[in-house]
Ligand binder design. Structure first.
Ligand code: SAM
Length: 208
């Protein structure tokens, strides 16, 4: 048996932490594969928010989930994941179990419409700020396309800089597949988390 693929590894990180009835976010809906995965994991009593800046992606995601038995409440949001904190209701802040990012461009879509570090990094910060203690954020990174390597490296540096007191951060990468192959960064918020809100310098304590 081989090691898990990067996509399977991201799914494993999330599925191990998601329970029926939970709240989850797909930060890059794309074709809807992760949206569907999250919907199945949280079930009819759960809630899923899916972001994308392309209506075509949201339509594809909606199509995948349509007809799914036990589908949760699915909120499709045509806006940047950088706005995640403002886009999610206040009642959800600090209660999200998982946020998934799959960076790059929509498969079969316009490759010029691609995730960019200027919005990806604020979105990752926003994702951590809405996670519940022990919640997880995953990002599948694609260094193989134009701009993808810079974005992947900036996400890695972002993860390296997270305070160890508040987060565990890992990188999952095949060492012998060449520098272009995708890999995963995953971050779990610690159970005892005393965070820092970058947006307004307020200290924020969640579950001491
Ligand atoms: C690689 S695809 C995601 C694949 C998806 N997870 C799936 O299962 O098919 C990346 C998606 O990110 C979207 N995207 C790009 N910039 C974005 C942003 N700032 N906010 C939200 N989505 C964005 C693109 O439109 C594209 O659909």
């Amino acid at each position: 048996m081989g090691f898990l693929s990067v996509l399977s590894f991201a799914h494993r990180c999330v599925s191990e932490r998601l329970r029926p009835g939970d709240i989850a976010v797909d930060a890059t809906a794309g074709t809807g594969a992760d949206t569907l995965f999250l919907c199945r994991a949280v079930g009819a009593k759960g809630t899923v928010y899916a972001f994308d800046i392309q209506q075509e992606a949201l339509d594809r995601a909606a199509g995948r989930v349509a007809g799914e038995p036990d589908a949760p409440k699915l909120h499709l949001l045509l806006r940047s994941h950088a706005d995640m904190r403002e886009a999610l209701p206040l009642s959800v802040h600090g209660r999200v179990s998982a946020v998934m990012f799959n960076l790059g461009y929509l498969p079969g879509g316009d490759p010029r419409i691609v995730t960019r570090p200027e919005s990806t990094l604020p979105a990752l910060d926003a994702a951590l700020s809405v996670l519940k203690p022990e919640g997880v954020a995953t990002a599948v990174l694609y260094p193989g396309h134009a701009g993808g390597r810079e974005e992947a490296e900036r996400v890695e540096r972002w993860a390296e800089a997270l305070p160890e007191s508040d987060y565990q951060a890992i990188v999952y990468r095949f060492a012998n597949r060449g520098g272009h192959s995708p890999y995963v960064v995953a971050v779990q918020k610690r159970k005892v988390y005393i965070g820092y809100r970058r947006d307004n310098n307020e200290s924020e304590a969640q579950q001491r």
